[in-house]
Design a protein around this ligand. Structure first.
Ligand SMILES: Cc1ncc(COP(=O)(O)O)c(C=O)c1O
Length: 379
């Protein structure tokens, strides 16, 4: 419990990796193809396409949809920086809409207010594994003819009314980074139901090749392929995922029960019909008199891993305050002055949350210790 995350690797992964290496399959191959098939089935999508990481998956989604430079894409600022950067890679303009104070996810009402004639796409993030309000977001997208790219990098096992996240929008993206609900170390996946888009993304991740491979290239493209030994890890992890999710859920539910009893704390509210993937448990401290840093160091001193994961929301990162002015697209694209952007809820959640470990490696006794410690600190 001294770690926030702990990869759950057993002999099964090690043995399939060894077998893959012995077979000489280092680049994307049979394991990747099987992982794609099984992942598509797991989330209920027609296509799943491996990528080298979640950032690459998101970049492929944007390139796949052919989103041109200079258009606005609405997203949340309370997230990992990659969610915003993938928009900026190709000259898109990240427009940050504020989050809901209860779910910490993008607020559909704030999306509506952020729409302009330049808006082309909404990029919701299922933060900490809790699905964003995909029904409301889908309605807005339909009404305004916008595309949706779901950043489901944290949400393997997240559902709205039994429909897996990543399958509501035009395309959904997942990360298999070493801390995630299932891992390959570095790795990612794009999912879509659109045959043409899937074909384009397959080509974009493989130097613009066609389905037959070889040295005929059709698109300006990338090499975002997932090495097969990593896909081997993913395959075993995916098969273990339901069990690992169950353990996360048990741990998270017990800790959330304790949080609910402690006055200064507020955890994400899980709307009815939503299944939280429990990637991260990070309540906020509602009493400004309590120092979050002190709480984090108290927890750490008692052997419980804790940190503030996104203390600086994207609009306040040096990347967007200053770095953007040196970015090549700045000459061609009219970026907003991000120092003028005010997102009170994102800023409050960013400065007042702290993370508590819930990963599947935590024992029942450790969950009890975490509960007891939270009561000692906050009761
Ligand atoms: C919300 C979110 N988006 C994007 C990413 C990028 O994924 P990766 O680290 O695999 O590139 C991550 C993960 O780390 C993430 O948490």
């Amino acid at each position: 419990m001294e770690h926030i995350a702990q990869p759950q690797i057993s002999e099964e992964e090690i043995s399939l990796v060894a077998q893959t290496i012995r077979s000489g399959s280092f680049v994307e191959g049979e394991n990747a193809r099987t992982l794609e098939k099984e992942f598509a089935k797991f989330v209920g999508a027609k296509h799943a396409i491996c990528a080298v990481n979640g950032t690459a998956a998101l970049h492929l989604a944007i390139e796949g949809l052919n989103i041109p430079p200079g258009v606005e894409m609405i997203t949340s600022a309370f997230t990992f920086i990659a969610s915003a950067n993938v928009i900026t890679f190709g000259g898109g303009i990240p427009i940050f809409a504020d989050i809901d104070p209860n779910t910490f996810n993008i607020d559909p009402e704030k999306i509506k207010k952020a729409i302009t004639p330049k808006t082309r796409c909404i990029l919701p993030i299922h933060i900490f594994g809790l699905p964003a309000d995909m029904k409301a977001i889908s309605e807005i997208a339909t009404e305004h003819d916008l595309m949706i790219i779901e950043d489901a990098c944290q949400a393997h096992g997240g559902y709205v009314d039994k429909k897996h996240v990543g399958t509501f929008g035009d395309v959904g993206c997942f990360s298999f980074y070493a801390t995630k609900n299932m891992i390959t170390g570095e790795g990612g996946m794009v999912v879509t139901n659109d045959d043409e888009l899937a074909e384009r993304i397959r080509s974009l991740k493989n130097h613009g090749r066609g389905a037959k491979g070889g040295y005929h290239h059709h698109l300006i493209a990338y090499n975002y392929r997932l090495p097969d030994p990593l896909a081997a890890i993913g395959l075993i992890q995916l098969r273990k995922l339901p069990r690992m999710l169950e353990q996360r859920r048990k741990n998270a539910e017990l800790i959330r029960e304790t949080i609910a009893e402690l006055e200064p704390l507020k955890a994400q509210t899980i709307p009815r019909g939503f299944t939280h993937a429990h990637y991260v448990c990070a309540p906020i401290i509602e009493n400004p008199g309590i120092s979050v840093n002190k709480v984090i160091s108290d927890l750490r001193n008692r052997g419980i891993g804790s940190r503030q994961i996104y203390s600086i929301p994207c609009h306040q990162q040096p990347t967007y305050l200053e770095g953007i002015r040196n970015w090549r697209w700045n000459k061609f694209v009219d970026y907003p002055d991000y120092s003028l952007v005010r997102l009170p809820v994102s800023e409050k959640v960013a400065s007042s949350h702290f993370e508590i470990p819930i990963h599947p490696g935590i024992t029942n006794d450790e969950v009890m210790t975490i509960q007891k410690t939270l009561i000692e600190i906050f009761a």
